[in-house]
Design a protein around this ligand. Structure first.
Ligand SMILES: O=C(O)CCC(=O)C(=O)O
Ligand SMILES: [Fe+2]
Length: 299
């Protein structure tokens, strides 16, 4: 089974309706898809991001014992206002450009989801801004990961199984070294590396806003014996102050089709402040999803 690949440039052409439908199916049935656009290939070929990442690689030594509660992953986080390494001036410029592009892509993906869910255009973006147009910023962070080769990959996870907390996640994954897997119908399947594709998935907040129509999907990264795996994940999340709840339009829609489900779904997703959700998530990221909603409901 292969994760679906979508050509986003077709959203602007004759195949718009077909592409919208493909994305809807991905959101409903997979929670993960890969976006591919021809021009990106050229842009990324020119980009110095991957070359610069080589400069921050560290020489990690692996243990032979079983390692619990840790990741075989070396990480740094970027936002708009962190410090930047002065000895690699291009890095800041390149990452800034990259992040602007990806933020735009995330907003386009959210608009497509608005349309597919029958919500007004801009609904999800506005919900992430706490119902305001632009006065509160969504959180947009980029996590750069390095998974070094591990002599005992069966004894440690690159990254333990989790769902993502936030909204839309855009991942530029290594095209040489695989390792990312998603849980689909009870089975772990590989997210096949595709050169210059962006892997897109939806987080817990989209699950709540869509009233469970778009589920956040479990995924993990396997440690590998050979090869250094790099990935750059960008997270488009609500503002910490935003109140998140199922869209009222979707509760109504489910009601028409299946009354029993409606009762269940409403009580499954409380309304909460995203900052509170993150406090719960920090403690429970690698535990079952459902108790997170219960814990935040009780806050
Ligand atoms: O490195 C990857 O491929 C995935 C990273 C990820 O799932 C995460 O940081 O939440
Ligand atoms: Fe993740």
């Amino acid at each position: 089974m292969a994760i679906p690949v979508i050509d986003f440039s077709k959203l602007n052409g004759e195949e718009r309706a077909k592409t919208l439908a493909q994305i809807a199916t991905c959101c409903e049935e997979w929670g993960f898809f890969q976006s591919f656009k021809k021009e990106r290939e050229e842009n990324f070929n020119k980009s110095t991001a991957v070359k610069l990442l080589n400069e921050v690689e560290k020489n990690n030594k692996c243990n032979n014992g079983k390692v619990e509660n840790v990741e075989w992953e070396d990480v740094f986080l970027l936002t708009d206002d962190n410090g930047w390494p002065f000895h690699v001036p291009q890095f800041r410029k390149t990452m800034k450009e990259y992040r602007i592009e990806l933020k735009n892509l995330a907003e386009r993906v959210m608009e497509v989801m608005d349309e597919n869910l029958g919500l007004p255009k801009g609904y999800i973006k506005k919900a992430f801004n706490n119902g305001k147009n632009g006065s509160e910023n969504p959180f947009f962070g980029t996590k750069v990961s390095h998974y070094p080769p591990c002599p005992n990959p069966e004894m440690v996870n690159g990254l333990r199984a989790h769902t993502d907390a936030g909204g839309v996640i855009l991942l530029f994954q290594d095209d040489q070294v695989d390792g990312l897997q998603i849980l689909k119908d009870g089975e772990w399947i590989d997210v096949q590396p595709i050169q210059n594709a962006i892997v897109i998935n939806t987080g817990d907040q989209i699950e709540v806003l869509s009233n469970g129509k778009y589920k956040s999907v479990w995924h993990r990264v396997l440690a590998k014996e050979n090869g250094n795996r790099r990935s750059i994940a960008s997270f488009y999340n609500p503002s910490y102050k935003a109140t998140i709840a199922p869209a009222p339009q979707l509760i109504g829609e489910i009601n028409k089709d299946n009354k029993e489900d409606q009762v269940k779904l409403i009580s499954n997703y409380p309304s909460f402040v995203f900052g509170d959700y993150m406090n719960v998530y920090t403690e429970q990221k690698f535990l079952p999803k459902e108790p997170r909603f219960q814990a935040v409901r009780a806050m």
